[in-house]
Write a protein that binds this ligand. Structure first.
Ligand code: PMP
Length: 415
C-alpha cells in the first residue's frame, strides 16, 4: 500500500499554494513532480563532485563517472535489460525515438517497405517516422482504434505483412490511458520479421516494465515523467541491434579513434552518447529510479488503478460529459483520464480549474491525429501519480462543479 501522506511530505512542491488554494497537481502525464532525494542529488553533484565524465583522471571526474555509470546499471535492472550496455542515455523519449528512426530507419527502409504505427501515437512517435518515410520512400500505416479507444487488433492481422519492417507503438496512451497489448503485437510483428519499438514514456512511470516480457526490440522513456529531472531519456535496445546501428550524433566520447578524414566508433552504448551528457540529470534520475523501486512498481500501479477507477466513477456521476478511452472496469488502463464537459471548451474548463488550484492539461496533448479521430479539437486531461489522493479527485470534481456554475451563469448565457 502506498502511504500518500508520508510520500507527499517528500515532494516540496506539493505543499505550495496556487491562486490562494492548495495545489492539486493532476498534470502528471506531462511531467511529474520531484521528491527531495532527486533535488538533493542535483545539488550534491554540483556542490561536491561536478566534473566531466569518462575523461578526467582526477578524483572528481572518477566520482562523477562512477555515479553516472551506476545509473546505467540501475536503469538496466529497472527495465529487466540483459545488460547495462543496452542502455543509451538521451535527452528524452523524443530523442530516443529520433535516434532509432534516423539511424536504423535510413539503413534498413526502402521504397515499398511499411512502417506500422497506431492512430493513438504522440507526435514524438509519428513525426520521426514521417521524416524517415520521406527520406526512404517507405510508407506509413496505422492500426485503427475501436470506439472506446483501444487498438483494433483484427486490423493488425490485415496490416502486418512481410513488407512491415518496423512496428512502433505506445505502451500506454497519453490521452486515452489505454494500455496496449504490446507483447502480443510484438509476437505477431516478429513473425513477419519486423522490428518493434515500444514508446514507454507513459507506461514506465506507472507500471512494472520488463523488456523481456514486453518482447520489443527497442523501448524508450523520459526521466521527467517518472520523478526524474528534465533532459534525460533512455533508449533501450538489444545489444546486437545497437551494435548494428550507425551513430546518430558525431563528436567527442562516441569515437574510438579519429583521423582527419575518418573515425571509428566507441563501443555501445557510448557510441550513441556524443558530447557531454546531462551528468547531473542522469545521476538524479538514479535517485528517482531508487525511489520508485523502494515503493515498488506493482504498488504504484495498484494505487493509481484504484485512484483512476474512483476518478472515472466520480466523473461519470457528475454526468453531462464524455470520457475518452476505456472506462469498463475489467479493461487495463493507465491514469490519464481525458474528458470534455458538454458544451464547454476544454481551455475554458482548464482555466477555471487552474483558478481553483487544480492543474490539468487542456489541449491536443501532442496527439493531433488522435484528436481528429475522436472528433474533438482538444480535451481536458487529468493524470494521476503515486502522490495523488482520493481527496484530490474530490477537489477536481468540486472544481468542475464550479466550472459549470461559472459558465451557466444567466449573464453569460444571455450576454
Ligand atoms: N510518447 C508519449 C506517449 C508521451 O506521452 C510523451 C510526452 N508527452 C512523449 C512520447 C515524449 O516525451 P518527451 O517530450 O519527454 O520526449
Amino acid at each position: 500500500m502506498i502511504d500518500t501522506a508520508r510520500i507527499r511530505q517528500e515532494f516540496p512542491i506539493l505543499s505550495r499554494q496556487v491562486h490562494g488554494k492548495s495545489l492539486v497537481y493532476l498534470d502528471n502525464a506531462a511531467t511529474t513532480q520531484k521528491p527531495r532525494q532527486v533535488i538533493a542529488a542535483l545539488t550534491r553533484y554540483y556542490s561536491q563532485y561536478n566534473a566531466n565524465i569518462h575523461r578526467g583522471i582526477h578524483a572528481l571526474a572518477e566520482e562523477a563517472t562512477a555515479a553516472y555509470e551506476a545509473v546505467r546499471v540501475q536503469a538496466a535492472q529497472f527495465l529487466g535489460a540483459a545488460s547495462e550496455r543496452e542502455i543509451v542515455f538521451t535527452r528524452n523519449a523524443t530523442e530516443s525515438i529520433n535516434l532509432f528512426a534516423y539511424t536504423w530507419g535510413r539503413a534498413h527502409l526502402t521504397a515499398g517497405d511499411q512502417i506500422l504505427l497506431t492512430e493513438m501515437e504522440h507526435h514524438a512517435n509519428l513525426v520521426p517516422w514521417q521524416l524517415v518515410a520521406k527520406a526512404t520512400g517507405a510508407t506509413l500505416a496505422f492500426i485503427p482504434l475501436t470506439a472506446d479507444g483501444q487498438l483494433e487488433l483484427k486490423a493488425l492481422d490485415q496490416l502486418l505483412s512481410a513488407r512491415t519492417k518496423v512496428v512502433a507503438l505506445t505502451h500506454m496512451s497519453n490521452v486515452l490511458g489505454t494500455v496496449n497489448p504490446v507483447a502480443e503485437i510484438a509476437r505477431k510483428a516478429h513473425a513477419q520479421g519486423a522490428v518493434v519499438l515500444i514508446d514507454a514514456a507513459q507506461s514506465a512511470p506507472h507500471l512494472p516494465i520488463n523488456v523481456q516480457q514486453l518482447g520489443g526490440d527497442v523501448l524508450v522513456l523520459s526521466a521527467h515523467k517518472m520523478l526524474g529531472p528534465t533532459g534525460v531519456g533512455v533508449l533501450w535496445a538489444r545489444q546486437a541491434l545497437l551494435e548494428s546501428m550507425e551513430p546518430f550524433l558525431g563528436g567527442g566520447e562516441m569515437i574510438s579513434d579519429v583521423q582527419l578524414t575518418s573515425s571509428t566508433w566507441n563501443e555501445v552504448p557510448w557510441k550513441f552518447e556524443a558530447g557531454t551528457p546531462n551528468i547531473s540529470g542522469v545521476i538524479a534520475f538514479g535517485e528517482a529510479l531508487a525511489y520508485l523501486q523502494r515503493l515498488g512498481m506493482p504498488e504504484v500501479a495498484a494505487h493509481e488503478q484504484q485512484l483512476t477507477r474512483y476518478a472515472i466513477a466520480q466523473l461519470q456521476q457528475l454526468g453531462h460529459l464524455t470520457i475518452y478511452g476505456p472506462t469498463q472496469p475489467g479493461v487495463a488502463r493507465g491514469s490519464a483520464v481525458s474528458f470534455n464537459l458538454d458544451g464547454l471548451h476544454p481551455h475554458d474548463v482548464g482555466t477555471v480549474l487552474d483558478a481553483e488550484g487544480v492543474a490539468v492539461r487542456a489541449g491536443h496533448h501532442c496527439a493531433k491525429p488522435l484528436m481528429r479521430r475522436l472528433g474533438v479539437p482538444a480535451t481536458v486531461r487529468a493524470s494521476f501519480y503515486l502522490y495523488n489522493t482520493p481527496a484530490e479527485v474530490d477537489r477536481l470534481i468540486a472544481a468542475l462543479k464550479i466550472v459549470r456554475a461559472f459558465f451557466n451563469r444567466p449573464s453569460r448565457i444571455h450576454a
